[in-house]
Ligand binder design. Structure first.
Ligand code: GN1
Ligand code: MG
Length: 348
């Protein structure tokens, strides 16, 4: 890949050979760990099909990383090119940026939900004094559930009938019918003045936690979608990823909902939240609604992308986005079936 050679030349002095290892797991940006035997770097190509202004991603990262570092919250730090630039622009419009490398232990250790709850609460506490206006949105309409619903329904209506996916698409349709009322829940709460925007992480899934060797969470990766949002969305996004221990890539049949994990996470979150007397604006966090909405929304986003020909989420083969949509829809059903238990946990 010629582009990668140009990136290496921009960040490493000539002389030492540099090894490159591709990071797996990112759905949007391609990333590599580059190492010349000194200090490894993570470089990423910001996908302009998803982030219309990749420079905004770089700018937000600088603002948030320095804000968090001043509060001793562990995040990677931006790294400039040898020439002192914050990113590297390619002739075709793509933008590469670099950050310090922090080892990813998450897949090798048993995750510790209570510590993840504490870390997410610390992130929220640490950003409670950062005005959200300092982090303009990097993905237009991110977490605008009614918009995703509309786009998905339009794509479904235009999908060829009697295709080989007919049974799957019909099943998705019944799920959408069932959960459609949820799509407006947060928009209505905001319009009614019940919740307000603040800085959120935007993607606090299991894979985005930095872990110690013993499995305890220490900090967060991936500030690309950090910006104005609702706390309940962050809580819901984190929980949707944690309460399904099989993972979002697992087979449909393997998906389950683990109430104990949900409880452990919330114990950690509330402990950190109340111990530090965090000041937040807005009403009580609706954990159940956040969890259900985000699982449903991610299902909609995957399904729409499948029907549009996989333009947003990187997948190995066509069909994967449909399968991953069905995983989220199944999770949404399991969450709904556990509503009373989740509400009981969230209110203790
Ligand atoms: C995407 O690229 P990645 O894996 O960090 C997506 C998130 C989803 C996530 C699901 C910009 O994140 O919203 O929750 O996939 N990011 C964007 O795994 O859409
Ligand atoms: Mg992300």
């Amino acid at each position: 890949m010629d582009e990668l050679a140009a990136v290496i030349a921009a960040y490493f002095p000539p002389g030492q050979p540099v090894t490159a290892r591709e990071l797996v797991g990112g759905n949007i940006n391609r990333g590599f760990v580059l190492d010349d035997g000194g200090r490894p770097l993570v470089v990423q190509r910001i996908n302009p099909a998803v982030f219309p202004d990749p420079h905004q991603v770089v700018a937000n990262f600088a603002v948030l990383a320095s804000h968090l570092a001043e509060r001793d919250f562990l995040v990677a730090k931006p790294v400039s090119t040898l020439g002192g630039d914050d990113s590297l622009q390619m002739a075709d419009g793509a933008l590469w940026r670099a950050q310090t490398y922090i080892a990813e232990h998450a897949s090798e250790v048993t995750a510790h939900p209570e510590s993840m709850g504490m870390i997410l609460a610390r992130f929220h506490r640490s950003t409670s004094d950062l005005p959200w206006q300092k982090l303009p949105p990097t993905v237009p309409g991110f977490h605008d559930t009614p918009r995703y619903l509309q786009e998905t329904e339009r794509a479904l209506a235009e999908a060829p009938k009697n295709g080989k996916e007919e049974a799957e698409l019909r099943w998705c349709h019944t799920i959408i019918e069932r959960f459609r009322p949820m799509a407006r829940y947060f928009a209505q709460a905001e319009a009614a003045g019940k919740i307000s925007r603040r800085v959120t992480h935007g993607d606090p899934k299991r894979e985005n936690f930095i872990h110690a060797d013993n499995g305890h969470a220490l900090g967060l990766f991936d500030l690309d979608t950090a910006g104005p949002g609702f706390l309940a969305h962050d809580l819901g996004d984190c929980l949707r990823s944690l309460v399904n221990p099989a993972g979002e890539e697992a087979d449909f049949e393997a998906i389950r909902f683990d109430l104990d994990i949900c409880q452990e996470f919330l114990v950690g979150y509330w402990r950190e939240y109340s111990a530090r007397n965090m000041s937040v604006t807005g009403p009580p966090f609706d954990v159940f609604a956040g969890l259900l909405t985000i699982a449903f929304e991610l299902g909609l986003r995957r399904l729409a992308d499948h029907l549009h020909g996989d333009r947003y989420f990187r997948v190995a083969r066509h069909g994967d986005n449909l399968r991953l949509a069905m995983v989220q829809f199944r999770l949404a059903k399991l969450v709904a079936a556990n509503e009373q238990k989740i509400r009981a946990l969230a209110s203790t």
